[in-house]
Write a protein that binds this ligand. Structure first.
Ligand code: ADP
Ligand code: MG
Length: 554
């Protein structure tokens, strides 16, 4: 069993996979969020972590450490030595304090599942440097964990939101406004893994700043301000100690703090080289993003409604737990992260592979495309279902075949929709529908996902090795298909327009057609494409003339 842990500045959480589902663990008081606070006794080694430590902040503030995450891996300003925290007459490294928080999470987890859990995935901000990451890892080890992986927080959040389902090259922005830090990251899904394209933020900007602003504006203690702030997330007004507080007032006071996140978002987008329109999703992380004010701000800045389908303050821990499940290997049968090992598609005209579900797409998934008849009055279409990464159909594996019957129609006019549905068990259902008769043909293919690792390796190796030849062949085949269509059409037009095409034009067309035929023979793709383009231009008036003629005749 591997634990998934969000070691946060304000709150920390732990989760574990249970029968294939990520479950976050509650502490003895029933809270899944544990404050990242530790109280140290003044005259003994005693310490307390979490809610009771936060309580003690009222009576013994100097004995409580909070927000120690900010100090992880830091050097003391006066010397090269690691910075230490002085508390309750003790001098501790930040990672030693973090280790106590992790130990508490570990104990809660072990109590909940009744066994020892000594492996963990721990999240860190995307901007954490080596020293900060190493300190986090040492904290995990000191708490008795083998740290299997340090996972970046935005990546964890993206996993929790299931954004891997968006498919290859999906880009997402993760807007994380926590208690004391603001992070914005832009990620791109590449080869089934989220890569951080850019990250930006402010390590001194978060919900605490909102509390401080409110406390000043309303002349109340920050703890009250925080309570009122939370209340006004769900209600328009709230009463405390006989005083009425309005959400509208809160929004006016908080606006300038929230506005400070704008420049970071814009910078992060600029660094990623993206406009907001290029994003496929924006997700919210961090407790403060529960506020309607923040949601409105994000929606207007990014020009789209953010995804709020997860609890923003639990998303990172949930993602860490999912990652733990992946590392355990127990997630194979869980739909969330099972992916197609190789692309699935069908053979199209000219023996090309037409990918319908790309490799590494999360299953279950569904995708489709429209196809047409290559020959006039063709009554059936053979669909070969293929798997692999090569451009030419013959180099891929054939999983099965089906014949689709459709109503005879002129070339290019039939419409057959082909849909691939890969279910959670890895079974591929291929459905072909004649859009005229709405007749469906269905086949099921069992083996789409169960491919041995070696076979996948070999296919990927081959596709890399032959990438250039494959691409050349595809481009040539596409040009040839175009020529096969164009040349007879031109010949037909010339016959119909007998005597109406100037000699010079006709001769030029003949010359180009001959040249195109020999370019096809010689398989010179570039030349063929250039000739077809010329033919396209020169025969344009012919097409117009033909249409006019038809209209005049009618
Ligand atoms: P961190 O990642 O820094 O540990 P969290 O994601 O737990 O932080 O966010 C903590 C912040 O979220 C605090 O400022 C808290 O006041 C704020 N917060 C939590 N719930 C709400 C809510 N319902 N409305 C407004 N703010 C909230
Ligand atoms: Mg956080």
């Amino acid at each position: 069993m591997i634990a998934g842990i969000d070691l946060g500045t304000t709150h920390s959480l732990v989760g574990v996979m249970e029968s294939g589902f990520p479950v976050l663990i509650a502490d003895e008081s029933g809270h899944r969020l544990t404050p990242s606070a530790v109280w140290f006794a003044a005259d003994s080694d005693e310490h307390v972590v979490g809610w009771p430590a936060l309580e003690k902040r009222k009576s013994e503030p100097s004995q409580v450490v909070t927000s120690v995450k900010r100090l992880m891996g830091a050097r003391s300003p006066s010397s090269e030595a690691s910075l230490r925290v002085q508390v309750g007459g003790k001098s501790l490294l930040p990672e030693e304090v973090s280790a106590l928080i992790l130990s508490k999470l570990k104990a809660d987890l072990e109590k909940a599942c009744g066994k020892v859990v000594d492996r963990a995935v721990i999240t860190v901000p995307a901007y954490f440097n080596d020293a900060q990451r190493s300190a986090t890892k040492r904290a995990g080890e000191a708490a008795g964990f083998t740290v299997e992986r340090l996972l970046s927080e935005p990546t964890a959040a993206a996993l929790a939101y299931g954004l891997d389902r968006l498919g290859e090259h999906a880009r997402v922005a993760v807007y994380d406004l926590g208690g004391g830090t603001f992070d914005i990251s832009v990620l791109e899904l590449r080869h089934g893994v989220f890569e951080v394209l850019s990250t930006n933020g402010d390590t001194r900007l978060g919900g605490d700043d909102l509390d401080a602003s409110l406390a000043v504006a309303w002349g109340i203690p920050v703890t009250d301000a925080e309570k009122i702030k939370r209340g006004l997330t769900d209600q328009d007004s709230i009463e405390l100690d006989g005083q009425i507080y309005l959400r509208a007032d809160l929004e006016r006071i908080c606006q300038s703090v929230v506005d400070r996140t704008r420049a970071h978002c814009l910078q992060s987008l600029a660094d990623a080289g993206l406009e907001t329109s290029a994003l496929d999703a924006v997700v919210l992380v961090g407790g403060a993003t529960r506020m309607p004010l923040v949601r409105k701000f994000v929606a207007s800045l990014f020009g789209r409604e953010p995804d709020v389908s997860q609890h923003p303050d639990e998303a990172v821990a949930l993602g860490a737990t999912i990652q733990a499940g992946i590392l355990e290997g127990g997630l194979q049968n869980v739909t969330l992260l099972d992916v197609t090992p190789l692309s699935l598609g069908i053979e199209t005209f000219g023996g090309l592979m037409n990918v319908i579900i790309p490799r590494n797409t999360t299953i279950p998934c569904k995708a489709g495309e429209m196809f047409t008849n290559a020959v006039a009055n063709q009554a059936t279409m053979r669909i070969s279902v293929l798997q692999g990464e090569r451009e030419m159909a013959r180099d891929n594996w054939k999983l099965g075949e089906m014949d689709v019957v459709f109503s005879p129609s002129p070339k290019g006019q039939a419409r057959v929709g082909v849909q691939f549905e890969l279910d959670a068990n890895g079974i591929l259902h291929v459905l072909a529908r004649d859009t005229v008769t709405l007749r469906d043909t269905v086949v099921q293919i069992q083996s789409a996902v169960e491919v041995s690792d070696e076979a996948v390796e070999k296919m990927l190796g081959d596709s890399l090795e032959h990438a250039f030849e494959d691409m050349d062949e595809r481009i040539f085949t596409e040009a040839k298909l175009k020529a096969d269509e164009m040349l007879p059409a031109i010949a037909a037009a010339l016959t119909q327009l007998e005597g109406e095409v100037p000699d010079g034009v006709r001769q030029e067309i003949d010359r180009l057609v001959l040249a195109a035929r020999s370019a096809m023979e010689a398989r010179s793709t570039g030349e063929l494409k250039a000739l077809l383009k010329e033919l396209d231009t020169i025969t344009e008036p012919l097409a117009t003339a033909l249409i006019e003629k038809t209209l005049a005749g009618a």
